[in-house]
Design a binder for this molecule. Sequence first.
Ligand code: GLC
Ligand code: MG
Ligand code: CA
Length: 579
Amino acid sequence: MRPHTVVALVVISLIGLGQGSEWYDSGNYYQIYPRSFRDSDGDGIGDLNGVTEKLQYLKDIGFTATWLSPIFKSPMVDFGYDIADFYTIHPEYGTMEDFERLIAKAKEVGIKIILDFVPNHTSDQSEWFTKSVDSDPDYKDFYIWHDGKINEETGEREPPSNWISEFRYSAWQWNDVREQYYLHQFEYRQPDLNYRNPAVVNEMKNVIRFWLAKGVSGFRIDAIPYLFEVDLDRYNQYPDEPLTNDTEACPDPDDHCYTQHIYTQDQPETLDMVYQWRTLVDEFQEEYGGDKRLLMTEAYTSFDNMIKYYGDGVRNGSHIPFNFDFLSNINNASKAGDYVEHIEKWINSMPEGVYANWVLGNHDNKRVASRFGVQRTDLINILLQTLPGHAVTYNGEELGMTDVWISWEDTVDPPACNTDPDSYYDRSRDPARTPYQWDASSLTGFTSADHTWLPVAEDYKTNNALQQLRAPRSHLQIFKKLVRLRKETSFRQGALSIQALDDDVIIYSRQKEGSDLYVVVLNLGDSSKTIDLTKYYSLGSEAEIITTSLNSQYIDGEIINPSSFIANAYVGTVLVAVN
Ligand code: GLC
Ligand code: MG
Ligand code: CA
């Protein structure tokens, strides 16, 4: 018998690894940033008909569903995350008829549509806000208004507290008409709704029902930790938040990190609200039938909180609380052991009956290929697609799109615009939001206009979807192979046995008893390693390469000897045992 180093091997049980039969189990999700995906009408801005046109492309890759960043009427201060009317399609993106066509086409093609639900705030252009400014009795308390306080020394009126906006500066904005301050945890033109007002809670539930009735399959819920602020009734004043006192990491009093957000984030009522929304979508499905509706939630919060978004043992919450533990802790400098630690941490902490999820890119972070290095593009895609549970891909990551450098003059993202020419780049989300690279034609086939709202990448002539579809080997070909592979029993239902061999190499297997044994080898490091994989897994003298990074010395379909497997620098490989 071969020696097995099972001691070091972490075997993760079958619980929660995706054995259910709902459409979303082991789902493969694609985030579309509609403004930058495909422009159908030649105005340089992506739109709904552009998305409709490309649904077959998503189906051909093999995605289950796509979630769309906001498509609702908006003055576009925060590019749609400032909603002026939750019930209307943003005119630049199309009409309600276009949306209905999108839903119909998605049904025909077999792709589920998930919308972004932005509950924390509206645009200051919302009629609700205008009425609130005018103290209309129905809307007076729709937002969080306060007189502020009088500075004892100067006698001047000041904001009620030291709360700082996520996008820098005070979170309180004075309004001349109402002569009060209102709270905005993001841009000052994104006033926070008042969740302590039952009318707000009801109205936002109506928003959910409205879009469910239009045929959407669920929601990605935005910025949840900010929903509730501390209850004013418990204090005479809104209390100041304690300072972080980290002069190195956060020296600037105007920055959000300057204070600890104990009164403005993660209030206990917030989780309850998510559980209420889950009940709502479940009840909708029970009443109107059809497939179950899905919730994915965006919460950059403590690990324990993230897990609580799944549910509290009694009530269910989000199906997919985005795994930002992985996104926030794993970076270019992470060692193999760090990856393994964070993968296990999530899987071992999840409640029973739910699924893990893996996401490394979105419209709020720099591009994966830029963060981890272009050479690791395939390795990261291999990892995300072969772990148990849900995978979420931000549009363009499947092509290995990289950040596009954008000058201060061309910068439009509000948190970056709120800084200065020296420091904006770190804050800017524009580099990851540039037009999707479709082909080598003018402006990358994104538009027929002679301009785009953000510049297109310089490398689009050689790096685009069409070129990658035609090439025998490309990031996209590898990605497509992975998506197909995920549908195999061992990936949907198999256990995960994972370990770090050293600082660079991660190995794991996926196998369900009676089904194929798959082994994944990821070499994060910059030098080749020869590994005897038979020491760790029951592989015979031959194994087949299913897929491997572009910079691998192997090719798909090659039969190799797993006792002397060569993991090239930055290369990921999936192989299967050959009987
Ligand atoms: C979320 C969105 C981000 C937006 C913010 C305010 O974090 O992902 O893009 O700026 O919420 O709505
Ligand atoms: Mg357009
Ligand atoms: Ca809020």
